[in-house]
Every structure is written in structure tokens, then in C-alpha cells.
Design a protein around this ligand. Sequence first.
Ligand code: T46
Length: 153
Amino acid sequence: MSSFLQEPFVDLIYFDRHGDDRGSLTAIENGKQIPFDIQRIYYIYETQENAIRGKHAHNNLKQVLICVSGSCEVQVEFQGTQKTFLLDSPTEGLYIQGKVWREMKNFSAGAVLLVLADAPYDKNDYIFSYQHFKQSHPPVIENLPPEYRECIF
Ligand code: T46
């Protein structure tokens, strides 16, 4: 992959489903399905109707978001491009790396959003101000060679 797209980055990862007449199981192992060493796991649950979470970016953190029960939407923005992903399957993970603005919304009742992260919790890695985020990462798509532009999302 081109160095233009190393950081930041957003993509979907698909996990295997081991199903039988008892139901389903999905396994994730360090170094296999996830493109980083997992240092932290947290999960978001009991989300209130109409709550919007996130509303920040990270400087360096790499994460994979998996809605293991129910559904939610994750709106991401980087390099001047916005996209909303519907996470509604325990076999799909949204990989978010680096300076990507993220907002999680439209949680279904009982939704559980599991997050795998490559580093311990560090408040200093957060960018809470949208203005600072835009200033620290101005749109650069116009500067990309044409062959790379369509690779974004
Ligand atoms: C992100 C999105 C997807 C901790 O003590 N340890 C932790 O590892 C985390 C993630 C949070 N907290 C505390 C800090 C706050 O007092 O839990 C409280 C709620 O955290 P926050 O408001 O940051 O939650 P979200 O849902 O807005 O954002 C979280 C992650 O913080 C963030 O890294 O990318 O989920």
C-alpha cells in the first residue's frame, strides 16, 4: 500500500463465523485477524437512545470496533472525507487508525460495541476539538495522485 495511505486509515475487517446447530462463535487472536497487538479491550453498552459518543480523534491510537450485539453507526472523517459505517454484525470490525474524527450514534436497544485497542488508555492521545482536528489534518485529497484518490474509503 502507498505511504500516502499509511496514516490515517479506516477499513472493514471480516471475521470467520463458526456456526453449527448450537449457534455461532467468532474467535480473534492476537497477530491473526487484528493488524496490531491488542493492549486494551473495552465495551460500550446500555447506550441511551439518541446518544452520540466519540466526537474526537486520536493522534496515534489504532482500534477495531465490533458491534457484537445489535447495531450502531460510526461516522468517520479524515482528509476531508466523511463516511458512515453501519456495524450490525459480530463478524465485521471497523479498523480505525490515527487522526480520524469518529462519532458513534444510532445505537439499537441493547447494542454492545466491543473495541480492541493497540495501547492503554491515554487521555493525551485524544483530540477533543474539531477545530484543532481540522487544523492539524487539513484535506489533502487534492494533493494525492489520481490513482490513489479512489483508494480512500
Ligand atoms: C474511541 C471511541 C470508539 C477509561 O477509563 N478507560 C478507557 O479505556 C476508555 C476508552 C474510557 N475510559 C473512561 C474515560 C471516560 O471517563 O470512560 C469514560 C467514557 O469514555 P469516552 O467519553 O472517551 O467514551 P467514548 O465512547 O466517547 O469514546 C470511546 C473511546 O474513549 C475512544 O478512544 O475511539 O470510544
